[in-house]
Ligand binder design. Sequence first.
Ligand code: HEM
Length: 451
Amino acid sequence: MDTLPSCHWEMLCIFGTGDLGRSLGQRLFQTGYKVVYGSRRPHSCGPLPPGTQVQSMIHVAAAQSARLVFVCIHRENYNFLETLAPQLKGKVLVDVSNNLKKNMYPEANAEYLQRLIPGAQVVKGFNTLSAWALQNGPSDASRQVYVCGNSLEAKQAVIEVATKLGFTVLDRGSLTAARELEDFPLQLFPEWRLPLQLATGLTAFFFFYLLIRDVIYSYVVNDKDISFRIMASLANKVFPIVSLIMLSLCYLPGVIAAFLQLYRGTKYKRFPDWLDRWMLCRKQLGLVALALASLHVLYTLIIPIRYYVRYRLAAHTISQIKENKTSPFDTTMAWRTDSYYVIGILGFGLYLLLGITSLPSVSNVLSWREFSFIQSKLGYLTLFFCTFHTYLYGWDKFLQPSSYKWFMLPGYMLSLVVPSVVLVLKLLLLLPCVDSTLTRIRQGWERTDPE
Ligand code: HEM
């Protein structure tokens, strides 16, 4: 392994006086390092952090004065560094660059830099931090710095600086990992993409389904315009329906995985990729579902103050007075409505608990056993309550022919399919003989099939 020339330890060099270069210089200076900038326009590069100095028009002096050089310039401007190759020989070059798009170039920026200056030791790092995060110091969301590089010694030097700045360093291995690190800042909430796409797809489907079934049907068959229902009634069907389906989709991969293990008789075979990916976004699925359930609760709160509801109530009362009759108190109806409201409230309470405990600041203080108890046992209970709430809401409506307009099932019935399947499958898994086999498999036992 090459040994690094011994230079002034505390002198660091930064190429580039853009936002990132400036913020980095300021942090390094505040941490006790001497900082020297290399700039093509040393007299017109704007104000630099106090205490730092700009040295040379062609970077040479700056490069010579430090053994660690942060390259804070765009990849498009890298070629001029080639001319500095003799001065940069043996130096550690920290490539902090990012690209605007994935796969913009055939090789990672850091690998390109290494190719331009083979005598230097290139380390990729700091690229996942913003100038803002650098200036303000490590905060919760930006504590981590990823590094990768071929020289252990060079990497160690960079890790030391990052640690002094207060960051947690994650070593991702050799320079071949640079492309992956360069892709990190380009990812926009990657684990939220699938749950949000699913929520949008299901919402659009149920919106149009219920629009046809409720509003258009009434317009065509009964010649009645009830389009105003789109705003509240329709929304208050779509949101809970999608929420319930998505909640059940958080638990479906778990039961599929359990049946797969039972079928294979071992836990040592990998799950298919799609199942892995599905399992990894369960938390986000659950949080989107919780947001939709919260909307349902808010919509439900406004039911009594809606003009349409108050009008119907008054009209009903007046017609009873006119006809001089009182409808008798229906105890079954009272039981049914109270029950489904209360089960809904209990379900929503548990739903909130699941959401809160999935947040990192809360889950970090729970032991693994506590976390899995809440997310699994209470999770199934939540699913059970929400499903039961919907069954109670439906009650005997499935017997009435008027429920099947244009042969289309009511939305709530469709929403019950996946949750019911998940609960039945879970019940099967809880059968003592199945449960004990699964437990043995999960403890490492393998079924040996007769030859
Ligand atoms: C329907 C109340 C929580 C799922 C309803 C309805 C009410 C209601 C009043 C009938 C709405 C209508 O007539 O249009 C509540 C209350 C809750 C609660 C008070 C808790 C505070 C939940 C939760 C879920 C859920 C957590 C699970 C996602 C459903 C479903 C329907 C429904 C799927 C049927 C929608 C339809 O097609 O009409 N709920 N609910 N509810 N609720 Fe809830």
